[in-house]
Design a protein around this ligand. Sequence first.
Ligand code: AMP
Ligand code: GLY
Length: 425
Amino acid sequence: MNVLIIGSGGREHAFAMQLRKSSACDHLFILPGNAGTAVLGTNVALNPNDFDALGNFCLQNTIELLIVGPEDPLVNGLRDYFEATTALKNIAFVGPDKTGAQMEGSKDWSKIFMQKHGIPTAAYRTFTSENLQEGIAYLQNHSLPIVLKADGLAAGKGVLICQTQEEAIHELQLMINEKKFGSASTKVVVEEFLKGIELSVFVLCDGKNYLILPSAKDYKRIGEADAGLNTGGMGAISPLPFADAAYIQKVEERIIKPTIDGLQKDQINYIGFIFIGLMNVNGEPFVIEYNSRMGDPETEVVLPRIQNDFVELMMATAKGNLDKVQLEIDPRTAATIMLVSQGYPEAYEKGKVMTGMENVKDSILFHAGTKLGENGELLSNGGRVMAVTSFGNSIAEAIATCNKNAALVQFENKYYRRDIGFEFL
Ligand code: AMP
Ligand code: GLY
């Protein structure tokens, strides 16, 4: 069958690699894709939010399976568009509808959902211009630090952790009155700070059945020892030493089952990935956020561990047959290190020539921000440029291979963290 992946990052390159391994995958298209996906299929230069163009492309190319990587086409209602269009509605589609994507698209919506269904999460209140004065008074007596979250999508930048009440009040005013995050901060969730170790749990849901995928930890800060600005993610490992079967069972009972049951009670036909961002507070899991997609770079360690035929797994998800699937997981540890452009997550240069990839042994290179130059040379084309993923019998072993190979890929102003997994070594 012909398969279309939407997106252009390391996550989508990892999807493409898994799909390519399946004999059921004929033509593979990636929209818009990157230089890595171009080797595995055909990149399509269309805007994922131009639904008419996307629909026509699917018809012209007899797409039978569509997998959506990023959140915004989902939040904008891509699935709803396909369901409402006679010629498109039979395409197997992995990704929730507009309502389901509110899990990620609105922090306030997801907090109400969690509260309604008894899912452990930080205490919170939501404020808008209508009750801003009440919000200021609320912050004056709030324990420190204080977490402020723009309600809507803010490209991963909408969460502020404030160390004083004054800072929190100032930021709340900026978010609501000055639209610090545009319309995303018309509403602001004020949340209790949770102290612990973060982990990401991924669930594949077919509307009624679910499978728990391997869990992972993402290293979000730009600097070593978790210092500096937040990024999209600088590296990841899977599995985590503390997230053993007993811990995952606790997460399943307290969080995953109530989430799936809650979606059903609320009549949300959720078909796709649910990314649950958890804080492990003294052994007890709390939800920090839901995302309606896979994580990046978590996908670059989670997917390589999945040994099932990926077309079959995605078709079972889209068609409601996950109860017939048994996951086969590689027991080894996978680690990934993200090579980024100096300056990221702030201003950085693109278009740097990349070399040395042919010297890499025992790692998988997932392209994130790359493109082909006019003479077929590989160029950097983003802040996050390439993920170097390796397996090992321990975190130390996997990371050592990543570090060895991260040094071999060359481009001007390359930067990467050499301490991914540090707290477990
Ligand atoms: P998000 O954009 O929701 O992923 O949040 C960004 C980061 O803020 C998370 O990865 C956490 O490190 C941190 N964070 C979010 N909510 C909380 C919270 N309630 N307590 C502590 N840290 C938080
Ligand atoms: N790595 C975090 C995310 O994908 O949101």
